[in-house]
Design a protein around this ligand. Structure first.
Ligand SMILES: Cc1ncc(COP(=O)(O)O)c(C=O)c1O
Length: 357
């Protein structure tokens, strides 16, 4: 028995359950290409939906230093305030910047509800929402995915995502009850969907009480934000443990996020949409029925997903398999994501590679 054998035993369990995860180093060679394990590939799985991560405007914006303190001690910088002012002008309500979307969700969902409150949480919600809700010690009802009728009458808070990352769908936001508070995590939608990229809720004409967004996806930077009434911002500053007790977003990343917000134009959104049409059309021609309608394009292939992903990689297309427990057994899938920066040839190559596989 070694000191660490309990950890080794857990790892054995993970391996036996076929749930082993490993890191793969991806070296970007262009906005949608990378060097991966000895070959150049088209990246068909990043969240760089507007192609901004390698945009010179975003890259050149990086300046300043690590904050070396939480915002409440000595880490609050003018760039954080500038970012929040820009968000407020864009989304119309007070905004608070966080170091990541995971930390934003932990702070929001552990803070806004009291123990005993009932919270209705969609069954497909992200791990960061689930963990935040657990920390709240509120009563949680897991509601079947995208089913407004299943929300219990006494729910104080309904929690949804604007665009689900593994199913690529938007729930019928207008059909949810309006009496309780509504929180929508727009991590995959903001910047891309809705008028001015304001997200899936804005597209549906719904204003959630709480909107969470990230800078690490469509805006090509990192960090996150929460938008809502003034009381929400002050509550998170005063009681959100993952806001209070963490180092502020580094200045270079905050500056990149601001540049990403400024660079996210309707023209880029239209390019993403045109690319979505091309990829979805090509997949349908091959006989696949991708889920959803937008830039997350899941293709459910079941147990053969692993082999398909390997064949795609051999053909120079990188889209790792999404497996259990991220999705249910039998629902294993390839999850393609579309960027404004994909060329028509690259999108056709994804389809050709899948056709050949
Ligand atoms: C729906 C959703 N919320 C939150 C997060 C976390 O955001 P971040 O990567 O900024 O921590 C993610 C994924 O990363 C996500 O998919």
């Amino acid at each position: 028995m070694s000191r660490y054998s309990p950890w080794a035993q857990r790892l054995d369990g993970i391996r036996r359950a076929d749930r082993w995860r490993r890191l793969r180093t991806v070296i970007p060679t262009g906005p949608t290409t990378a060097w991966l394990e000895g070959r150049e590939v088209v990246v068909a799985c990043s969240n760089d939906y507007l192609g901004l991560a390698l945009d010179p405007r975003v890259q050149r914006a990086a300046r300043g230093a690590g904050a070396t303190s939480s915002r409440l001690i000595s880490g609050d910088r003018p760039i954080h305030r500038a970012l929040e002012e820009r968000l407020e002008a864009w989304l119309g309500r007070p905004a608070l910047v966080f170091s990541s979307g995971f930390l934003a969700n932990l702070a929001v969902f552990s803070t806004v509800c009291a123990p005993g409150d009932r919270i209705a949480s969609d069954a497909y919600n992200h791990a960061s929402i689930i963990d935040g809700l657990r920390l709240s010690r509120a009563e949680r009802t897991i509601v079947p995915h995208a089913d407004p009728r299943a929300v219990p009458e006494d729910a104080r808070l309904i929690v949804l995502e604007g665009l689900y990352s593994m199913d690529g769908d938007t729930p019928p936001l207008r059909d949810y009850p309006t009496a309780p508070w509504l929180a929508i995590d727009e991590a995959h939608a903001v910047g891309v969907l809705g008028p001015g990229g304001r997200g899936a809720a804005a597209a549906a004409g719904v204003q959630p009480d709480i909107l969470i967004g990230t800078f690490g996806k469509a805006f090509g930077a990192g960090g996150a934000f929460v938008v809502g009434p003034p009381e929400l911002k002050e509550l998170l500053i005063n009681a959100g443990r993952s806001f209070i007790f963490t180092t502020a977003l580094p200045e270079p990343v905050a500056a990149m996020a601001l540049a990403g917000l400024q660079a996210a134009t309707d023209e880029l959104r239209q390019r993403t949409r045109a690319n979505v049409r091309r990829l979805r059309g090509g997949l349908r021609q091959l006989g696949w029925s991708p889920l959803g309608h937008d830039h997350i394009v899941p293709v459910v292939a079941g147990p053969r997903t692993l082999a398909l992903a390997d064949r795609l990689l051999s053909a120079g297309v990188f889209a790792p398999p999404i497996r259990y427990p991220t999705v249910a057994r039998g629902q294993e899938r390839l999850r393609f994501t579309v960027s404004a920066a994909h060329t028509p040839e690259q999108l056709d190559r994804i389809c050709d590679a899948l056709g050949a596989a």
